[in-house]
Design a protein. Structure first.
Length: 451
């Protein structure tokens, strides 16, 4: 079994995935506005040799449940939420190897500006930055950004294809590798003949300009993606290097993993071009009893109401309109299609609201992995062998306790079994994960824009 990748999954807010945990007396996430909070987080993750920290983001608020944002505002469920990029420089400064994945939305930011922001972070982190490509799914975000409504699901991906073409042209083709000279004696910083403007005139975007940043260590940041719809999988197979999925069991994950890797192979990149990471929540103790005692302590703080509000926004379905034993119906929505399909047409039998709530042990729709370090390691290994995933996104519960517990208890067991690395390798993030030079391989579509 190959060594797994592991990322600490978080968001620049009080409540991320497991809603209500911020109310626990040992939780410190109320300090998310302080740099010390993020510095400590990064140092703990690197002490555990984690591959990276992945910072999610959302533009807009969850206002589908009960037709109002009030439930999530009251619960602090991903609102307020600060910019995910801002803490990264500080976290990179106090670490040497830890990677950073950050979510940025293609629908609401011009590609020319996003290209510079990511190149800047790739420089400042010495090549440890990754970008999670999202197109958005909230009507509240569209309204806030001046749209009449959110563009249709597949149209958002069509626009994102063009968006990435512009970015590849900027990152890979605007500056030659040897354009920067830094020649003080001749007072020549760069050779103008090796720098060129990018021109693009497409269906969704029109631009002309030289990339504002000189070539960074990776040029194109490591590319993450989390779309699990058919269109999202097609997009991931063409562009992504790491794909995040959220499945309730390893058996449920396997078809998605197989489809993603098959599509990557069919696109000419090869199945090994993708690493698929599953979302998990872990509650671990020195013994099984300690872990379950901790779970009972945590669950007293879980917010089912906030979790339902989050899930309603994800699916586009207002769950407050359903009785406990009413089956959830497949409807046409413009939200997260895979999230809705998982409880409707792809479910073995109709899923009721009661069943959904029963899953919400810690204020999210994912049941946690609970047990001793050895038992947790067994479960993670089973996800790899039975589900086919390559690693995990660890959702936090009580911060920073949950990450420290994982680092101190689970990581040593995984390392002892050879399932997780004993130390980091050198080089940029892409090189650490895939080997090679740290640049995208020639099989990736970005390579077509190199000069």
């Amino acid at each position: 079994m190959e060594q797994m990748q592991i990322y600490a999954f978080d968001m620049n807010c009080v409540g991320h995935i497991n809603h209500g945990m911020w109310t626990h007396p040992r939780d410190t996430s109320l300090h998310y506005t302080d740099l010390d909070y993020w510095v400590d987080f990064a140092q703990t993750a690197e002490r555990g040799k984690l591959d990276g920290i992945f910072l999610a983001d959302i533009v807009g608020v969850y206002d589908v449940y009960k037709g109002s944002p009030a439930p999530v505002i009251e619960a602090g469920a991903q609102i307020p939420v600060n910019d995910p990029l801002m803490p990264i420089s500080a976290m990179a400064y106090v670490t040497k190897h830890l990677g950073f994945g950050v979510t940025l939305n293609t629908t609401y930011e011009p590609p020319y500006l996003l290209a510079r922001r990511m190149s800047t972070l790739d420089h400042l982190t010495k090549g440890r930055i990754g970008w999670n490509i999202v197109t958005g799914y909230l009507d509240s975000a569209a309204r806030a950004m001046g749209f009449d409504k959110l563009p249709e699901h597949d149209a958002r991906y069509d626009a994102a294809e063009e968006y990435l073409e512009i970015l590849y042209k900027l990152w890979e083709g605007s500056w030659d590798d040897d354009a920067v000279l830094g020649d003080k004696a001749r007072a020549v910083f760069a050779d103008p003949s090796k720098v060129r403007a990018v021109k693009h005139d497409g269906q969704y975007y029109k631009m002309e300009g030289i990339h504002l940043s000189q070539p960074s260590p990776q040029r194109t940041p490591l590319l993450f993606q989390a779309g699990a719809s058919t269109r999202g999988q097609d997009f991931a197979a063409r562009h992504a290097e790491c794909v995040f999925i959220a499945s309730p069991t390893p058996q449920a994950a396997r078809p998605t993993v197989a489809a993603l890797k098959h599509k990557a192979a069919a696109s000419g990149r090869g199945a090994d071009a993708l690493r698929v990471l599953g979302l998990v929540t872990v509650v671990v103790g020195r013994t099984e009893k300690e872990a379950f005692d901790k779970l009972e302590d945590y669950r007293r703080h879980a917010s089912v109401e906030a979790s339902l509000a989050h899930y309603s926004a994800s699916t586009g379905i207002d769950f407050s309109k359903y009785g406990l034993d009413d089956p959830i119906e497949q409807k046409s929505t413009n939200a997260n299609q895979s999230a809705l399909a998982a409880i409707t047409r792809e479910a073995p039998k109709p899923v009721t609201l009661r069943q959904i709530i029963d899953q919400m042990v810690l204020g999210s729709r994912m049941k946690p992995i609970v047990g001793s370090a050895e038992q947790v390691a067994d479960r993670l290994a089973a996800w790899v062998s039975d589900g086919g995933v390559d690693g995990f996104n660890l959702a936090r519960t009580v911060a920073p306790e949950s990450l420290r517990d994982f680092v101190d208890l689970v990581v040593p067991v995984l390392q002892e079994r050879g399932l997780f690395k004993a130390d980091y390798t050198e080089g940029p993030l892409r090189q650490k994960l895939f080997g090679g030079s740290g640049r995208l391989p020639s099989s990736h579509p970005a390579a077509a824009f190199r000069r």
